[in-house]
Design a protein around this ligand. Structure first.
Ligand code: SAM
Length: 315
């Protein structure tokens, strides 16, 4: 039987040096639930800050985005839509003619999202699309719509290294039309201790979220990872703004992955690179907009200036 994409990526990642796994695979049904718990942790300021931005600035955001013609709001990596809901409700209350197209790699998360939104907003026009946002941009056929607004929230952009961020945003730009908008959530550089705590919570939920990817490989690819043999180790580098998470094998060990018919050896204290969460400053945000064909229209902040939702226009 041919290997699916997940199996191929795990094979490539565990055969690489240094070993790595893609954070997009965190989000199976259990990973979705763990991420929702993370969003409610005291240490995880990101979601609260972005929610505050939408609650405070929903009118200003609508004023920018609404051109008086029907538009489609596409959200890339929508998750549980908790924060977006604030804007969707406001847009409906204002009688705006729009539809909502959430895109997510996790079909489970999209199913729950649709059910939850329609319960609360029965008149919402919603067209969910399950898929990898790198692959489905063309399927979204932006050019068939008079006006589009794309959302990329929750610091999803932070999960890309610089070249990938530029390539991905350029590809969004090429799919959109002149005058369309893109709103991106950026986590800002701040006290390194506060950043590190957000990825190393006291209750160990982020640890469990990372370990779940090893369990997912056990479940879906018939592997025998013993998660108690791995340590969760996030680090933050204030120079690059990168918070990187690793799982480190505490001793030399071998892991067999049945679906790949392959055994992978780990040296004592060998890391697997799991995720990057890049933090930005305002100069970097401005520069990224310029490099990818957008004009920065306005930055919106929470009171503490922890987070920034930056609205860009296609020029
Ligand atoms: C960090 S969560 C953020 C969710 C939401 N944007 C928020 O701000 O609360 C990332 C979401 O993006 C989805 N995701 C991650 N990588 C993806 C990819 N390559 N394609 C599509 N969705 C992806 C995950 O399933 C998850 O729901």
């Amino acid at each position: 039987m041919p290997l699916n994409q997940f199996a191929r990526d795990v094979k490539e990642g565990l055969s690489s040096s240094p070993k790595r796994l893609s954070s997009k695979y965190f989000y199976d049904a259990r990973g979705d639930k763990l991420f929702q718990q993370i969003m409610h942790l005291d240490e995880y300021y990101l979601s609260r800050a972005e929610l505050e931005i939408f609650q405070t600035h929903k009118e200003a955001l609508l004023t920018i985005m609404d051109h008086g013609v029907p538009f489609r709001l596409v959200e890339l990596g929508a998750g549980d839509g908790l924060k977006t809901k604030v804007l969707l409700k406001h847009f409906l209350q204002q009688g705006v003619d729009f539809s909502y197209a959430p895109v997510d790699i996790s079909p489970d998360v999209l199913e729950h999202l649709q059910e939850n939104l329609l319960n609360e907003m029965p008149t919402l026009k919603i067209e969910p699309l399950a898929g990898d946002y790198f692959k489905v941009l063309a399927d979204l056929k932006f050019k068939n719509h008079t006006h589009s607004v794309a959302f990329f929230l929750g610091s999803n952009i932070g999960n890309f290294l610089s070249d990938t961020a530029i390539a991905f945003l350029s590809s969004i730009h090429d799919n959109l039309q002149k005058g369309d908008y893109l709103m991106i959530g950026f986590d800002l550089k701040k006290d390194p201790k506060r950043i590190l705590n957000a990825y190393n919570d006291a209750a160990g939920v982020t640890r469990a979220f990372n370990m779940n990817l090893l369990d997912r490989i056990n479940r879906e690819l018939d592997a025998n990872f013993d998660t108690s043999m791995f340590d969760h180790n996030p680090i933050y580098d204030p120079m690059t703004g990168q918070c990187r998470s690793y799982l480190i094998s505490k001793q030399a060990l071998e892991v067999h992955v049945g679906a790949l018919n392959e055994t992978f050896s780990f040296r004592e204290w060998e890391p697997i690179f799991m995720e990057v969460s890049k933090k930005y400053d305002l100069e970097e945000i401005q520069e990224l907009a310029g490099k990818t064909g957008f004009r920065l229209v306005q930055n919106f902040f929470d009171q503490e200036h922890l987070f920034c939702d930056s609205v860009w226009e296609v020029i």
